[in-house]
Design a protein around this ligand. Structure first.
Ligand code: CUA
Length: 349
């Protein structure tokens, strides 16, 4: 009896916690709070379907509960309830009605699915996003010279963005709840998705398909600018990074381009440029993010860390400690090397 009471309390607390978690007033990833036309299209579809589902639930559960109460066992009554086996008319009705209902929901749903992956006519910003383990490579193929960045997708507010989504490893899922629905990134395939923001602002996103140990740390941000702000960002990304000034930053560049590190165990070491393209060369490395304009980013490491010198130093000292599963190993850097690399990377505006 005692144990049963405990379980009941625990179950109630769990249910209350789940319900209350839905009440956050400042939830930045609220899919019920669409911030652009494509997200609104989904919302406009979701709401009627939700209320149809509520109607079906109330009808079915209502009949069930009413039958349970009306025909419940009472002393001396079992022989009075009429037993029924099969009813052709009823069975045809409850087969056809749900089929019609499902067809009625399927037609607008399928139409919307296609609409949300079709390239609109008129001005469109094209961006290719490639899911990595565990970060996002972001490329702007329309721009000349092309712009490459990581974990931050800069867009222009009020302009449709036509995304091409790819993966070269496992299945990921691209999800910015306030701008669009989820779209899987499947190796060997190229998927398309439209996003658009009404207003300048920052919209949080994350990987929504389990893709390995750091799946939960595979986040990203969509930053919507006004037209002038977006143009300024593009110009900054297309220009060469400034020459590092000061001995420390220059030493950092030397370490980045030429340094070879033993690794914390003397085995797992290597070079920065084994995975990261030398900043400013316009080459793209498959494994690690391009760092050409690293200092212009708000976050790094799958968008889990704010981009500050302190966080960068913490990261360089032991990446897998900060982000379990990180493919960047602990290179066994000395404090002097860390300071120099931080000074260099932070100069890459
Ligand atoms: Cu990528 Cu989960």
């Amino acid at each position: 009896m005692r144990a049963r009471g405990w379980w009941r309390t625990a179950a109630l607390v769990a249910v209350a916690a789940v319900l209350l978690a839905a009440c956050a007033s400042d939830a930045p990833q609220d899919s019920l709070d669409p911030a652009g036309p494509y997200a609104r299209t989904i919302d406009d579809l979701f709401r009627p379907v939700f209320w149809i589902a509520v109607g079906v639930f109330v009808l079915v559960e209502g009949l069930l509960v009413a039958a349970m109460i009306k025909f419940r066992a009472r002393p001396g009554r079992s022989d009075k309830v009429k037993q029924v086996h099969g009813n052709t008319r009823l069975e045809i009705a409850w087969t056809i009605l749900p089929a019609l209902l499902l067809a009625g929901v399927a037609v607008p749903t399928v139409g919307t699915l296609f609409e949300l992956s079709r390239r609109p006519s008129g001005d469109v910003l094209e961006i290719t996003v490639v899911g990595k383990q565990w970060w996002w490579a972001v490329e702007y193929p329309q721009l000349d010279p092309p712009v490459v960045t990581a974990n931050e997708i800069h867009i222009e507010a009020d302009l449709p963005v036509y995304l091409t989504l790819e993966s070269d490893n496992v299945i990921h899922s691209f999800w910015v709840p306030r701008l669009a629905g989820k779209q899987d990134l499947v190796p060997g395939r190229s998927e398309n998705l439209l996003i658009q923001a009404d207003e300048p602002g920052t919209y949080l996103g994350q990987c929504a398909e389990f893709c390995g140990i750091a799946h939960w740390n595979m986040r990203f941000v969509v930053i919507a600018h006004d037209e002038a702000g977006f143009d300024a960002w593009v110009e900054g990304q297309q220009s060469d990074p400034p020459e590092p000034t000061g001995d420390l930053a220059q030493r950092g560049r030397e370490l980045f381009l030429e340094g070879s590190f033993p690794g914390e165990d003397g085995m797992t070491g290597g070079q920065c440029i084994a995975c990261h393209a030398p900043p400013g060369t316009g080459t793209v490395q498959a494994q690690g993010p391009d760092l050409t304009h690293f200092a212009s980013r708000q976050t790094f490491a799958g968008s889990i860390l704010e981009n500050t010198p302190e966080n960068l130093a913490r990261w360089l000292a032991d990446p897998p400690e900060v982000k379990p599963g990180s493919l960047m190993p602990d290179y066994g850097l000395t404090q002097e090397e860390i300071d120099a690399l931080v000074a260099y990377l932070m100069s890459l505006e």
